[in-house]
Ligand binder design. Structure first.
Ligand SMILES: Nc1nc2c(ncn2[C@@H]2O[C@H](COP(=O)(O)OP(=O)(O)O)[C@@H](O)[C@H]2O)c(=O)[nH]1
Ligand SMILES: [Mg+2]
Length: 386
């Protein structure tokens, strides 16, 4: 894949971002990243925010040389036009013949004709050995869901070899989740969340904190190492206040031991590290320092479901300096297709812990479940908003 066009603009919501991107770039536009530049949206109290969005168009790489051939094809068509015009205007033709232009023209036509014949032959060859998978509805659905074609091909081969009757049930076997209930899907007592700015880390932590304290009646402690962006600290602090949960702000790595000792009775500890810098390397350093000092039982990498797969690959690669236990996919409500979840499972071998499906705290979150994801990928289930 390669990025052919890229634009940046501001939008009020991810849905609006997608709409603007499509207006500006057409219906193939994809959101490459979106960052919150103004904070808000806590339990319906402050809803104002703005997103800085990068959108673009991703295209399959063309086999080398095809473009050049297409250019020559256009040149050939122009020559044909010229030939038509010239036969209609004999006088001009004879003028040109005199000036010696025609032999060069004919030479050009001959060369281009031979290129055309080669292209035609290639086409015939291609359609006669068109892979049988193109005819499989299972394969076609995987492709239109955004599953990478090489992965879809392998899945189709395995699926056909398995003789399975129920595609969704069969596909579920490829989707790894932590599973169980909200408590077990956390993966331990000390839980850390990492991921790019704006993916929904703080909102997801608020949802999980609310569920564990209100529904499961467990003692929850919130930690925020978000010390350099006051708005982000305030975001979590507001949730904590509404939920009646203690929150501690971590200023330096050595604070963790102290704070954890003081809250020895906490049954679940969530750590939100927003990072002081937008620069990736500094962001990562902060995560590494926090990880070493906090010593989490589980690290959840938070990823947006509504971005193109290459964006996810890039994030996972960059973040993999931190030992990632599992992934949370957010904004499923704003995704058009769900193939990225399957791509992630097949390529990175990490389980998925939770899915989030909207901005409402705490209702828009669910424990990831294989058949649910398989149904989303196969287009049997979807969310309404876009
Ligand atoms: N549509 C939708 N928006 C979400 C979801 N999760 C978070 N958001 C929104 O995404 C924006 C960024 O979230 P935030 O938690 O501040 O991201 P953080 O920078 O990773 O902590 C906020 O406006 C959230 O309301 C979701 O599942 N669906
Ligand atoms: Mg945050």
């Amino acid at each position: 894949m390669r990025l052919t066009k890229q634009i940046m603009f501001e939008a009020q919501s991810d849905a609006e971002a997608l709409e603007i991107a499509r207006q500006k770039l057409g219906r193939d536009a994809v959101i490459l990243s979106s960052q919150v530049v103004k904070k808000g949206g806590f339990l319906g109290l402050f809803r104002k925010r703005s997103l800085l969005v990068t959108a673009g168009i991703l295209e399959e790489d063309e086999p080398q040389g095809v473009q050049a051939k297409q250019e020559r094809l256009i040149a050939f068509q122009q020559l044909l036009e010229a030939q038509k015009r010239s036969s209609a205007d004999k006088l001009e033709l004879s003028e040109k013949a005199k000036s010696g232009e025609i032999p060069a023209l004919l030479e050009g036509i001959k060369e281009i004709r031979s290129i055309l014949t080669r292209i035609e032959n290639q086409k015939v060859q291609r359609s006669s050995d068109e892979p049988p998978q193109e005819k499989s509805p299972f394969y076609q659905q995987l492709l239109s869901a955004g599953v990478e074609s090489r992965l879809a091909q392998k899945l189709l081969k395995d699926y056909e070899a398995s003789g399975a009757q129920d595609a969704i049930q069969w596909l579920s076997g490829y989707i790894r989740v932590i599973g169980g209930d909200f408590a077990s899907a956390l993966g331990g007592r000390r839980v850390m969340f990492i991921g790019p700015t704006g993916v929904g880390k703080t909102t997801t932590i608020a949802k999980l904190a609310a569920i564990h304290s209100l529904w499961e009646r467990r003692k929850v402690l919130l930690l925020t190492a978000d010390t350099y962006r006051i708005a982000a600290v305030e975001q979590l602090r507001t949730y904590a206040r509404i939920l009646g949960i203690p929150i501690e702000v971590i200023f330096e790595p050595k604070d963790y031991d102290d704070v954890l000792a003081r809250h020895g009775d906490a049954e679940v500890v969530f750590l939100d590290v927003a990072g002081r810098s937008q620069r990736d390397d500094r962001h990562l350093e902060e995560y590494e320092r926090a990880h070493d000092a906090f010593k989490p039982d589980a690290v959840h990498l938070v990823l947006q479901a509504n971005v193109a797969y290459p964006v996810i690959v890039d994030v996972v690669r960059r973040m993999s300096k931190i030992p990632i236990s599992c992934a949370i996919f957010t904004k499923l409500d704003e995704a058009m297709t769900y193939g990225v979840l399957l791509n992630f499972c097949l390529e990175f071998g990490r389980p998925i812990s939770f899915l989030t499906t909207g901005q409402n705290v705490p209702s828009d979150i669910e424990v990831a479940e294989p058949s649910r994801i398989a149904k989303l990928v196969m287009g049997v289930e979807r969310f309404g908003s876009v």
